[in-house]
Design a protein around this ligand. Sequence first.
Ligand code: NAD
Length: 472
Amino acid sequence: MHDREELYVNGKWAKATGTEKIKVINPSTEEIIGTIPVGNLEEVDYAIESAREAFNYWSKSKIGDRIEILNSLAASLKERSEEIAQIITSEVGTPIGYSRTAMVGTPRVVARSYAKILETFQWEEEVRNSLIVKEPIGVCAFITPWNFPLHQIIGKVAPAIAAGCTMILKPSKEAPLSAFILAEILDEIGLPKGVFNLVTGHGSEIGEYLSAHSDIDMVSFTGSTGAGIAVSHAAANTVKRVTLELGGKSANVALEDADPILVGKKAIQACHQNSGQTCSALTRLIIPKSMEEEVCRVVTERNEKYKVGDPLDEETRCGPMVSEKQKISVMNYIQKGIDEGATLLSGGVGMPDKLTKGFFVKPTVFKDVTPEMTIWKEEIFGPVLVITTYEDEREALDLANDSIYGLSGGVWSKDEERAIKFARNMRTGQISINGGFFNVSAPFGGFKASGNGRELGIHGLEEFLEIKSIQR
Ligand code: NAD
């Protein structure tokens, strides 16, 4: 059991004063694997005061000290990587192999990338008679989700440390345990007190309070579009900077010269990774009518073989949904797809064969999906791929852009230039050409209702900076 009773504020662990606890559930076994405390608003106030106090010196700290902290953070994440991967698998249900790479490996590389960026980052420039100076924005609040819990935290904490900001983190209640390990690591490696503070509790209470607080200079939120809107409303009166990383319903487009077998083979993993609980998942597959039969055959074969089950089994590709609520929501979407007339190619409602407990769903594929259907429009956040066909490239582009979201995307073509030309017309923040890999140094973020602001790389650092012009 991981029973956490303390919050980490002003460089110290202190028992939370309230008695309410949140249970952390293993979604594969439905067992309680830990508890975390619910902080109260006095504790949040103390965290904000501590961060405000710490900002006075951390904002002026030596760049070399920040580099050292970020490198030590990366090294400690490496040392504790198996422990963290196991914990995240037990709270999110992520297959263990993917947990090791995406849930721990990626955040470690992101932490190190900011140490590297600081080595050459230009804090000042001259423009005619002006000296332009970049300064840390101040005290930041971070509100994060459960699906890539540590990655989404490090995507904020590492650039904030690099920028000279101080921070209060409120992680998700479904998967909060890695945040406690992060606080232990930051304490051990000597991050000065008050720079990083951890307060756990309910988003609607602590999250909104932090967003509205006049002593918070910036709120960086990752989560659902609904909660992101609530954060923006709460933050509006104080005119603080708000960055939002929200949902998606991303298009994966095969152009007419693409290899249908390759498209079909890659489409399942691009949609179902992390059991479909990935904001940037490519959930809408858009293919030429002439390719339909072949792509659907390959996709169906792949989906049938996509092994669902115990995430600790190295062979498993798809774990459970994070919670019962999420499982019911995904199953309802699958039922809606059937009711609204899409053709079920593979999967369906109900538990996968041979599984009797855990929040599992069947990896599912639909074809004949039209833009009026709910499963075309809404983010399902589960392993559900929807396929539609087009007659010409203009229609393919209209279909790709037919979403309130714009977080990610994919384009397939034998001609890379042609694919890039198509990608330039997609209204979305990240696009992978022919399966191009995720790059931790490239900006990540959304167009439209997928949010605003960018994380990762230099662009992610600049979100934490104010710009001052000094004329002489
Ligand atoms: P969520 O919005 O329910 O919760 C996210 C965080 O916000 C949690 O810490 C929660 O406690 C807090 N919160 C909830 N209501 C709040 C409120 N009214 N005010 C302030 N904070 C509040 O999202 P989730 O279910 O944890 O995560 C899934 C969603 O996150 C999906 O929509 C997914 O697409 C999105 N997501 C986006 C990205 C991205 O980078 N764009 C990354 C991961 C997840």
